[in-house]
Design a protein around this ligand. Structure first.
Ligand SMILES: [Zn+2]
Length: 330
């Protein structure tokens, strides 16, 4: 910061000094009065008070206690700056009705987000995301500068997110319009914009602690898994083998996650597993499991790293070809 000017008022009377400060404050937004303890800084500041003054306060520094005067318009500006910069968290649940949309924006792998021919100069790997489909309308409504999206976990890009939806908190940043935004009207607007792709519900103003809460949420999830089988299996045997998956599953971190997760053993429960349909080599299962279970490996076995697994029980290859999250316990 730069101090634009220093004025010495020690040769002036208190009345003259007050007049000088008054004039200076109309030109400069902030005045800092320094001088010896008991030198009359506060007295002069109070003397110079007029409708142009927004705030006067004494700095609390051990050696010297400067008196600070701030012009009224500057106080207003500072106040709104502080208020605008406080993030405004909104809780909700989202459903994703089409495949191929990531939860949040992914930067283009070629240019890292700067924009290149590969990504059509968008800087993005996917043209849209759940986050962007929601935030565009929100940013407009709050006249905000941006948003930060926090999801309670995330589904695969190719997975649908159905049922009651996945909890999220959208932090609105730099909102100039903060009050009188009716969230049920906003919800309708978001859904109209993101129609047939993403749908939000249960929008609610929350405390910032909600972010941590949804990040740490450990609840059961129900999936619809479409599984490709590597051979012929009679339906009865398929039912028998899938039923053996009920109970505790021992799972070593999946091979596909090893590059970003520590290799460790976890035990998670599979609750009901039902065969929904079966046609030639394609079986569809509805399975509910404990949070933290890698469900693709429950089917494939991941080379023996997940036991039991459908593949292991059947003695043939089994692979998930599509996943939909159909319920997240609330
Ligand atoms: Zn690019």
């Amino acid at each position: 910061m730069e101090i634009s000017e220093t004025i010495n008022t020690s040769k002036h009377t208190k009345q003259e000094a007050a007049k000088i400060l008054k004039d200076k404050l109309s030109e400069t937004a902030i005045l800092i009065l320094v001088g010896p303890q008991g030198g009359g800084k506060t007295t002069v500041a109070i003397e110079s008070l007029d409708e142009n003054t927004g705030a006067i306060f004494e700095g609390r520094v051990r050696a010297a206690q400067p008196v600070i005067m701030i012009r009224k318009d500057a106080v207003k500006k500072l106040k709104s700056l502080v208020v605008e910069h406080r993030p405004l968290p909104i809780y909700g649940r989202y459903r994703k009705l089409v495949r191929g949309i990531p939860q949040t924006r992914w930067a283009c792998r070629v240019c890292g987000g700067k924009g290149c021919e590969e990504c059509g100069f968008t800087g993005k790997l996917y043209p849209e995301s759940v986050e962007e489909l929601i935030s565009g309308t929100v940013i407009k409504a709050f006249n905000a500068t941006g948003t930060v999206f926090h999801g309670a976990g995330r589904e695969d890009v190719d997975a649908l997110m159905l049922g009651n939806g996945r909890p999220f908190v959208l932090e609105v940043r730099g909102a100039k319009k903060r009050s009188s935004i009716d969230l049920s009207a906003l919800q309708q607007e978001i859904n109209a914009f993101a129609s047939y792709k993403v749908e939000v519900s249960n929008l609610e103003y929350v405390d910032h602690s909600k972010v941590k809460q949804i990040k740490e949420m450990r609840v059961d999830k129900t999936y619809r898994l479409t599984v490709m089988l590597g051979g012929d299996v009679p339906e009865e045997r398929l039912k028998l083998c899938s039923n053996k998956l009920r109970g505790v599953i021992t799972q070593q971190t999946p091979t596909r996650a090893l590059h970003h997760r520590a290799d460790r053993l976890r035990k998670r429960s599979v609750r009901p597993i039902e065969l929904e349909s079966f046609d030639e080599n394609v079986a569809v299962f509805i399975v509910t499991c404990e949070s933290g279970l890698y469900v693709k490996e429950l089917i494939s076995g991941d080379g023996g790293r997940t036991t039991p697994s459908l593949s292991g029980e059947l003695g043939i290859c089994a692979k998930v070809i599509s996943i939909d999250v159909i319920n997240i316990e609330s």
